[in-house]
Design a protein around this ligand. Structure first.
Ligand SMILES: [Zn+2]
Length: 409
């Protein structure tokens, strides 16, 4: 097979003969005489594209062949027929920018600071190189970024030369073997950034660093035995800048201030929120205490007591109330929630009453919880049904009261 994608990275349409089309999981695997769709390799993900009207979402390298996956039920192509290949150019050019940018970033970190690249990753949002060092300083990042962008401005040429595997030039040490798949066969491709480096690579590259537009190093992420320098190249910088700008406009409106004041305004907001939360917690505790006092002061102690509040989903009110409402024989039905109907349920009473009423009340309030002994706790979703639960409780205790009245007569 000839990889047309490697001979000419800028080819977007091509016609080639079908060599084979075989059934596979969820579709068919197609091999062509030559292809412009790049199979994954050298750290670069595979191209997307079309074979006639059939969408190709994955191409993999198997020895000297590229296998194109087409997800269809019916046989899409016959061996021997000519097929029109179309490349998803936007995706390919993006990969060429990130991939060629990685060559450059790797070369400059190596040349300037002796940090070699252990591996790299081309992601959907950003990419990174994993450098063989413990840390990279801000100044080192700036130096590399500046040199890379100057080489872009200088329109530095990028060229590809194909060598036979036994070519003595490959053994001079000037050509490196990083990123080359083990099962690659036939001629070897050497990618050269003029005056910077030569590197064996099977990927697709730009012809000139000017096509990278710009390089932005985003930051250093340190993990166990890893030092990842995240970066974006070319159109991704424009996309990122656009996202940041749109977010900035939203922040301007939300915070009622320009970008230079955003951090201060958010810090101020956080301080205010913390103070309000502290006050609110104190007020809720005081309120719960008052409610408990009111209950304790009742001369005729009720058999059951219901209290519902809409102060939010926190259980602070309920807990403070129960701690202070001293009445071991009373059955308490307490809820606290918000306008959406979500909240906390707490039942306290004699174990027999909890066992009889707990699950039924929890179900009526569309909750999830459980009871043990004299307590029942649940998170509920339908607080508007509390009146039904109250009715159930009233009936339960009415029966008990009339029973004891009958007994005492
Ligand atoms: Zn490459």
């Amino acid at each position: 097979m000839v990889f047309k994608c490697q001979e000419d990275s800028f080819l977007k349409h091509y016609t080639a003969k079908v060599v084979s089309c075989t059934k596979a999981n969820n579709g068919f695997e197609i091999i062509l005489k030559d292809t412009i769709l790049f199979p994954e390799g050298g750290g670069q993900p595979s191209d997307h594209g079309w074979l006639n009207d059939h969408e190709v979402k994955n191409v993999v390298r198997k020895g000297a062949e590229a296998i194109h996956f087409v997800e269809v039920d019916q046989v899409p192509l016959q061996a021997g027929e000519l097929v029109h290949q179309k490349l998803d150019w936007e995706r390919r050019f993006d990969h060429m920018q990130q991939h060629s940018g990685q060559h450059l970033i790797t070369a400059i970190f190596d040349r300037e600071f002796g940090f070699s690249t252990k591996s790299w990753w081309l992601g959907t949002e950003d990419s990174y190189v994993d450098l063989d060092t413990k840390d990279v300083t801000k100044e080192q990042m700036e130096t590399v970024e500046n040199i890379c962008n100057q080489l872009v401005v200088d329109c530095t040429a990028v060229s590809v030369k194909v060598y036979q595997p036994d070519d003595p030039a490959l053994k001079t040490g000037a050509l490196r073997t990083r990123g080359l798949p083990d099962d690659v066969s036939g001629p070897l491709r050497v990618v050269t950034i003029d005056g910077i480096e030569s590197n064996m690579c099977c990927g697709t590259h730009v012809k000139n660093l000017a096509q990278l537009q710009a390089i932005k190093l985003l930051g250093v992420e340190k993990a166990k035995n890893k030092c990842l320098v995240h970066f974006i190249v070319g159109n991704r910088i424009l996309r990122k800048l656009n996202e940041c700008y749109e977010r900035e406009i939203q922040f301007n409106n939300l915070l009622n201030g320009g970008p230079s004041s955003h951090v201060d305004l958010i810090k101020k907001l956080q301080t205010t929120v913390k103070a309000v939360q502290k006050t609110s917690k104190k007020l809720i505790a005081e309120l719960a205490f008052q409610e408990a006092e009111k209950f304790t002061a009742l001369s005729d102690k009720p058999r059951f007591y219901c209290l519902h509040r809409l102060d939010g989903a926190s259980s602070d009110f309920i807990n403070t109330f129960l701690r202070n409402a001293k009445q071991p024989d009373c059955f308490f039905f307490l809820t606290n929630g918000d306008d959406s109907g979500k909240g906390q349920l707490l039942l306290q009473g004699k174990p027999d009453d909890i066992a009889t009423l707990g699950d039924a009340i929890c179900k009526m309030l569309d909750g999830k919880g459980s009871g043990k002994g004299s307590l029942y706790n649940a998170k509920v979703n339908k607080l508007k049904e509390v009146w039904r639960c109250q009715k159930l409780i009233e009936e339960h205790f009415k029966a008990e009261i009339s029973e004891s009245e009958t007994r005492s007569k």
